[in-house]
Design a binder for this molecule. Structure first.
Ligand code: NI
Ligand code: MN
Length: 219
């Protein structure tokens, strides 16, 4: 059983049986997040898809206070080192392959966005989750689907900075997950897209649960 909890925007807590992985922990300044960093339980790994503040969020604070390990692109880890974070808590990777960290496989994949953005593919307890980061639509999402066969795809649908519902529905058709959950919408007015539009475009094709910030989905 793997539990995915959405904190609004692109922030997710993936609770595996023995490990908790937090992705893009934008909590304090996130108007939709129902929790703040101090209310989190044990966090083993924090994955940051890129350095934009709505994704890096409270990552540094959580590493400092909870001893979580931070996993991100090499350059983002260099920035964290400059902020004085303990070296043993920092893991700099790059786009390429999944690596096993204490039983959880974590890898980075391409995303089309600025700030060296990535998507991430996380596998644990037999379930693979693809978090697309901030991205526009690109054809190699099909390849990400073929290589990693994610059961769940977390896709931005807010438009303006990322895919909107139309592009995200096309992305889901390429990735072919069992479940696609929209994210990165409704945080602020420019990205107030309608998740029902995304759901409607994929009806009879892919299961699309709509979560409210703070809600969980179990796979
Ligand atoms: Ni961004
Ligand atoms: Mn963003």
């Amino acid at each position: 059983m793997v539990k995915l909890t959405w904190f609004g925007h692109a922030a997710w807590l993936i609770s595996f049986e023995n490990k908790n992985v937090l992705i893009d922990p934008f909590l304090k300044e996130n108007p939709k997040s129902p929790i703040k960093p101090d209310e989190l339980g044990k966090i083993d790994f924090i994955i940051v898809t890129h350095s934009h503040s709505d994704h890096l969020g409270d990552a540094y604070e959580i590493v400092k206070k909870r001893g979580s390990k931070l996993i991100s692109l090499f350059e983002n880890i260099q920035d964290a080192e400059k902020e004085g974070l303990p070296e043993e808590k920092l893991i700099g990777m790059n786009i390429g392959s999944q690596v096993d960290f204490e039983g959880i496989k974590i890898g980075f994949v391409q995303a089309v966005h600025s700030a060296n953005c990535t998507g991430t593919v996380v596998t644990g307890d037999g379930v693979t989750i693809y978090h697309a980061g901030d991205t526009g639509l690109f054809g190699d999402m099909k390849l990400i689907g073929e290589v990693y066969k994610p059961k769940v795809a977390l896709l931005p649908i807010g438009g303006f900075f990322t895919m909107g519902p139309k592009e995200a529905a096309m992305a889901a058709r390429m990735i072919k997950p069992e479940i696609a959950i929209p994210m990165h919408y409704g945080t602020w007015p420019p990205i107030d897209s309608n998740p029902k539009e995304f759901q409607e475009l994929l009806k009879n094709e892919i299961k699309v649960p709509l979560l409210k910030p703070g809600e969980s989905f179990i796979v």
